[in-house]
Each structure stands twice: as structure tokens, then as C-alpha cells.
Design a protein around this ligand. Structure first.
Ligand code: ZN
Ligand code: ZN
Length: 194
């Protein structure tokens, strides 16, 4: 799959954002403005002014809408959601080489609020995925007690869990225990019931 470094970065930001959602199976990962500021700093999101409580509410709202893109059951549904997100935020595509980076595109409007910035940049990254025919790589973790999302960038689209070190392992342990149980149950199962 051909995706640019910038698209990859935008997707990383988006997945991190989506997994702060309590709907992803954990606690609210953006409980306050300090957490939102931490998110901006961690991902080096550029051109963000002073953040207020309205930004927190708006980012959470956009987060919920992007989560629906990952859960969408058709490409058409995903495309409509992405279109709506980008249209509402308003975009201004332009070339930039800020902060010593190579020339790259910014799609968010100058002075855009953080939620609009995220909506446009992540929305465009998802648009490229859809155009590449790779929408099904936007996944929800298959572990039964996990609702985190991820982008499957594996060559053969075989990734099933958000993080193989946690969810994948947890399932292996569960499968092992189930086998152990079956092994101890076997003598009983073999006893003829008359
Ligand atoms: Zn940039
Ligand atoms: Zn998971």
C-alpha cells in the first residue's frame, strides 16, 4: 500500500486520539485541558493557539465522529462521514516547509481551532486510504473486552488486535486456560453416562 509519511503521521495522531475515547473501552483519556495540551505537544501539532474548554468539547465531538468511520460497515458510509467532517471544518490546502521540515501539505485552514485542524488533517489521511481502496484496514480490535481501533498496515491485512503485546497475548492466555480446562474435564467427558 502506498501511503505517504505525512498520511501515516496523521493516522498515528488519529488512532491515538480515538483510543482516548471512553468508548474504546478505557477511561476518558482527555479528561481536562492539561491532557489536551499534552496530546498537542506529544504529537507536535503545529499552529495551535491557546486552548480553551470549548476546544476540549469540540475535540471530543470530532473524536466520536471519527470513531464511527472506523466502525462503518461500508466504504460509502465511511466516505460520507469523512466528507462531513472535512466540510464542516473547512480546509485550505497549501504547501509549507515550517520548522525545518521538508515541503509538505497542510490542509487545515490558517488559525483553525484544534478540533477543525484534527478533523481536516485526519479526514484527508482517511480520504487517501479510501481512495487507495484500503478502507478495510481501518479496524476495531477483535479482543472481546477491547474496543480500541487501529490501522492495519501489515502486508497481508492480517492484524486483528490493537496491540499484539497486550490484546494478542491476553487471548493466548485465555485460549491456554481454556485448553487446560478441557484437559482436566476430559476424564469426566469420557465416563459413560448411564
Ligand atoms: Zn506541518
Ligand atoms: Zn485491543
Amino acid at each position: 500500500m502506498l501511503i505517504t509519511h505525512d498520511t501515516q503521521c496523521a493516522l498515528d495522531v488519529l488512532v491515538d486520539l480515538l483510543n482516548t475515547d471512553p468508548d474504546a473501552g478505557g477511561q476518558e483519556g482527555l479528561p481536562d485541558l492539561a491532557a489536551l495540551r499534552g496530546f498537542v505537544v506529544r504529537h507536535e501539532i503545529s499552529e495551535i493557539g491557546t486552548l480553551g474548554t470549548e476546544d476540549l468539547a469540540a475535540v471530543r465531538r470530532v473524536r466520536g465522529q471519527f470513531r464511527q468511520v472506523f466502525l462503518a460497515d461500508s466504504t460509502r458510509a465511511a466516505a460520507e462521514l469523512v466528507n462531513a467532517l472535512v466540510a464542516r471544518a473547512g480546509s485550505t490546502p497549501r504547501l509549507t516547509d515550517h520548522d525545518g521540515h521538508d515541503w509538505h501539505m497542510h490542509f487545515f485552514a490558517p488559525n483553525a481551532a484544534l478540533a477543525d485542524h484534527l478533523a481536516v488533517e485526519a479526514g484527508m489521511a482517511l480520504a487517501f486510504i479510501v481512495v487507495a481502496g484500503e478502507r478495510e484496514r481501518l479496524r476495531r480490535c477483535e479482543a472481546p473486552d477491547c474496543a480500541r481501533v487501529f490501522v492495519d498496515l501489515s502486508r497481508n491485512r492480517s492484524r486483528r488486535y490493537c496491540d499484539s503485546r497486550t490484546c494478542g497475548n491476553r487471548l493466548h492466555v485465555a485460549a491456554y486456560r481454556a485448553r487446560q480446562r478441557t484437559a482436566t474435564d476430559t476424564p469426566d467427558a469420557m465416563t459413560p453416562t448411564r
